[in-house]
Unconditional design. Structure first.
Length: 150
C-alpha cells in the first residue's frame, strides 16, 4: 500500500469516522454513494443488500475510490475569500471484492455491527443475517491524506 501523506493521520481518520463516500464507475458517469464502513487491518469493509447499483458497478469494474473527511471548524475572516475549514481528509483507491469466505464475512459484519450498534448486537448476528447481506472488501492500493488545520 502506498501512502501519500501521514500514515498515522490517515489511519486515525479512517478509524474514527463513520461515513465514507464510495466512488465507482457506472455507465457514462461516476456513481458516488455515502456509506457506513469499518477500517480494519489496512482494508475497508462495507455491507450491502443482495442486489443494487453498487454491486452492479463493482461487478463491471472493481476499481473504486473511497473518501472520508473530518471537518473540525469553520475559520472565519474579514475577507470572504479567506474563509475556510479546518479538516483532515483521506482519499484511497483500490479494488473492491465481494467477500465469499464465510468466516471473513462474519468477522467483517461483527466489526461493522459493533462500530454502529454495539458489542451486544454484534454477538447476536445469525447465520440468516449473514446470508441476507453482501460484504464488500476494498483492498487499498493507495492512500492520500490532506490536512488543513491552520
Amino acid at each position: 500500500m502506498k501512502y501519500l501523506g501521514d500514515r498515522v493521520e490517515a489511519e486515525l481518520v479512517l478509524k474514527e469516522q463513520t461515513i465514507g463516500r464510495l466512488g465507482m464507475f457506472s455507465k457514462q458517469y461516476p456513481y458516488i454513494l455515502p456509506i457506513n464502513y469499518v477500517y480494519e487491518q489496512g482494508n475497508i469493509y462495507l455491507h450491502s443488500g443482495p442486489e443494487g447499483q453498487k454491486l452492479n458497478c463493482i461487478e463491471k469494474n472493481n476499481n473504486v475510490c473511497f473518501q472520508v473527511d473530518q471537518v473540525s471548524s469553520l475559520r472565519e475572516s474579514e475577507d470572504a475569500c479567506n474563509y475556510g475549514y479546518s479538516y483532515r481528509s483521506v482519499i484511497l483507491q483500490g479494488k473492491a471484492e465481494i467477500v465469499s469466505d464465510k468466516e471473513l464475512k462474519r468477522d467483517a459484519l461483527e466489526l461493522i455491527t459493533q462500530k454502529f450498534a454495539g458489542k451486544d448486537k454484534a454477538e447476536k448476528i445469525s447465520e440468516e443475517d449473514i446470508k441476507g447481506v453482501v460484504v464488500i472488501k476494498i483492498n487499498i492500493e493507495e492512500i492520500t491524506v490532506k490536512i488543513n488545520e491552520k
